[in-house]
Design a protein around this ligand. Structure first.
Ligand code: NAD
Length: 241
């Protein structure tokens, strides 16, 4: 039986905030404070602060954690380079789990993508397609960005092509295409396509509910307690590294 964790949720009125509140009890978590836009962000009295809001809250989230020495679990996506730097700098003093996707299936997809890229080599064209609900604000998704980073690392290329339009000429063999589709109430689909001559491999993950992200974030919250300062991701939590 896990000890009950005392957790502050930032973005509590949002879709993910509500999903976390809904499963908290069954994951041995007590939500001691539900913060949203307009509230002063503080982690006083909490074991962990969980953030699923907007990137603009990032600085206040880090300041709150640093002030009370409270570990952070950050699920918010779309941080700018400067906002990301602030999180990295806070991670010099706090353990922080920052993950664009807390589902186990997507973290398996990250691993499979790395393996497929290694096996297939340079002769396969790489494309990433993601689809999300019409209310999602950032594009491409944080998960698609992570998939791109994995492929860039394996392919040793930095060329990302965000969508295509017009007379672009033939496909650059070194580019990685990324396509963001928006519509309806889709929770989150991601597909990585490896297109070769005469064959094509597609790795697809579809999330059907936000519960999987919420349970993953709470698992990360239990895991981060007592860790050394540092920036961790879900692969650390799941022991996939
Ligand atoms: P949402 O728009 O439904 O909810 C966001 C909430 O944050 C809103 O209630 C909003 O009022 C609040 N908010 C905005 N700015 C704030 C601030 N400065 N301080 C406090 N609260 C603030 O969005 P959502 O679908 O719940 O997603 C939230 C974030 O989580 C997005 O960045 C999304 O991409 C990300 N997300 C991550 C995962 C994951 O597994 N890591 C999964 C789903 C969504």
């Amino acid at each position: 039986m896990k000890d009950t964790l005392r957790v502050v949720v930032v973005g509590a009125a949002g879709r993910m905030g509500q999903a976390i509140i809904a499963v908290a009890n069954s994951e041995s978590v007590e939500i001691i404070s539900k913060l949203d836009q307009g509230d002063q962000i503080t982690s006083a009295g909490a074991d962990v602060l969980i953030d699923f809001s907007q990137p603009t809250a990032g600085d206040a989230v880090c300041d709150a954690g640093l002030k009370t020495n409270t570990p952070l679990v950050i699920g918010t996506t779309g941080h700018s380079a400067a906002q990301r730097k602030a999180i990295e700098s806070a991670a010099n003093r706090l353990p922080i789990v920052l993950a664009p996707n807390f589902s186990i299936g997507v973290n398996a997809l990250f691993w499979l993508t790395e393996q497929a890229a290694r096996i297939l080599g340079d002769s396969f064209d790489l494309e990433i397609v993601e689809m999300h609900h019409r209310l999602k604000k950032d594009a491409p998704s944080g998960t698609a960005r992570t998939l791109a980073e994995i492929l860039q690392r394996e392919r040793k290329t930095t060329r990302l092509r965000h969508g295509r339009e017009g007379m672009l000429g033939e496909r650059d063999p070194f580019e990685i295409g990324i396509h963001a589709i928006r519509g309806g109430d889709v929770v989150g689909d991601h597909m990585v396509i490896f297109a070769g001559n005469g064959e094509r491999l597609e790795l697809t993950h579809r999330a059907a509910s936000r519960e999987t992200f919420a349970r993953g974030a709470l698992r990360a919250a239990h895991w981060v307690i007592g860790r050394k300062p540092g920036l961790y991701d879900m692969r650390d939590v799941l022991g996939l590294k």
